[in-house]
Design a protein around this ligand. Structure first.
Ligand code: ADP
Ligand code: MG
Length: 341
């Protein structure tokens, strides 16, 4: 799907009101009936129909008409639009450039801010694959009738942003987070290539040790990345420094399955280094001894250093973590230990 930057500027204020009304109506309705859209937007019924038609033409909303429903739903395009408009209103971004990544659960674009500086916009796309499976887990949704893709994608973005902020503040090698709106996050563009693309290294052992040390550093801060692999490690073009990305699945070291996630992260790196560089080492971190080393988990200033706790306190609720985790379990591939295939 294409993102159209010009759309950001050329939408009438009435169209915007109707689009926002569809979004608001979506909180309680899978398909929002037209009279409700009219009511929320405070516009006349006839006028609303025309505006909805115009929005549908631009794929910002979609008409749904069947035996159960008659109305409109917000499309990903519409949600993208609302998020980007919010970001541009706050002067965080100005224009959209090329798409640089299509994951199963996100789209990545290069964008620019007002000064023409490149940034990365990540649009979360949860529910694209396993929406039905999520819906079967409704008990986790609390009072919500349906785990809509909008809600899940927004949670993923909020979680990722919360973690990136805390990690960046504590000088972990992660992109600098810039802003967050709805299901999107805006962050520093890293001039790098994924480790996946690296076919030769002068000294694989050096990078291997760096990556294992990073896993340990995360754990000492109470965190496990949870998807620590060659796709989510970027190698800076200039310095060769590894930068870690992609945080919606991070878990706390106090998580029930912490050991499993920790070992899987370690194993992913070991397997990759063996297959790609023929590099094997008897040295690799174990969950138990790692945590024992880090007992008390205090940083140099003696402050408590539990970033998992810091993130919880920053407003991303544990109950929301639970909802997200359910989705992750659903889309996790047991054959090759990844969330991709
Ligand atoms: P997904 O959840 O879809 O895997 P990622 O956050 O891993 O999303 O990003 C997908 C790809 O986009 C990465 O493998 C990387 O190539 C690129 N990418 C993501 N963030 C950045 C960034 N800040 N700077 C440069 N490239 C990035
Ligand atoms: Mg990724």
């Amino acid at each position: 799907m294409k993102l159209d930057a010009t759309d950001l500027r050329y939408i009438t204020s009435d169209e915007f009101r109707v689009l926002t009304a569809v979004e608001m109506g979506s909180k309680n309705h899978e398909v929002v009936p037209t009279p409700l859209i009219a009511q929320i937007s405070g516009l006349r019924n006839g006028g609303v129909n025309k505006l909805l038609g115009a929005l549908a033409k631009r794929n910002l909303v979609a008409r749904v008409q069947n035996s159960r429903y008659d109305g409109y739903r917000l499309t990903y395009g519409g949600y993208d639009y609302l998020a980007m408009r919010a970001l541009s209103k706050r002067d965080s971004m100005y224009s959209v450039g090329n798409q640089i990544g299509v994951g199963k659960e996100s789209d990545i674009y290069i964008v620019a801010d007002n000064e023409g500086k490149e940034l990365v916009l990540k649009l979360h796309r949860l529910g694209r694959i396993s929406f039905r499976a999520i819906k079967e887990k409704r008990d986790y949704m609390g009072k919500r009738k349906s785990a809509s893709w909008m809600y899940m994608s927004r949670l993923a973005a909020q979680k990722e942003y919360a973690f990136m902020k805390v990690l960046h503040e504590h000088k972990f090698p992660v992109p600098r987070p810039v802003d967050q709106a709805r299901h999107t996050i805006l962050m520093e563009f890293i001039d790098a290539y994924p480790l996946r693309q690296v076919s030769e290294l002068p000294s694989p052992g050096a990078l291997y040790s760096q990556l294992m040390a990073l896993i340990v550093r995360f754990a000492h801060a109470g965190l496990i990345h949870g998807d620590f692999n060659e796709f989510n490690i970027l190698i800076r073009r200039e310095s060769g420094e590894p930068i870690v990305i992609d945080f919606p699945q991070m878990v706390s070291t106090s998580h029930l399955n912490a050991e499993y996630y920790f070992n899987r992260d370690v194993q992913c790196i070991r397997t990759f280094f063996r297959r790609r560089f023929g590099y094997e080492s008897a040295l690799y971190p174990r969950f138990r001894s790692t945590l024992k080393d880090g007992e008390g988990r205090e940083d140099k200033e003696g402050e408590e250093f539990r970033l998992d706790v810091v993130v919880s306190a920053s407003g991303f609720k544990n109950s929301e973590q639970k909802v997200l985790e359910e989705v992750r379990v659903v889309s996790f591939c047991v054959r090759c230990c990844c969330f991709r295939c």
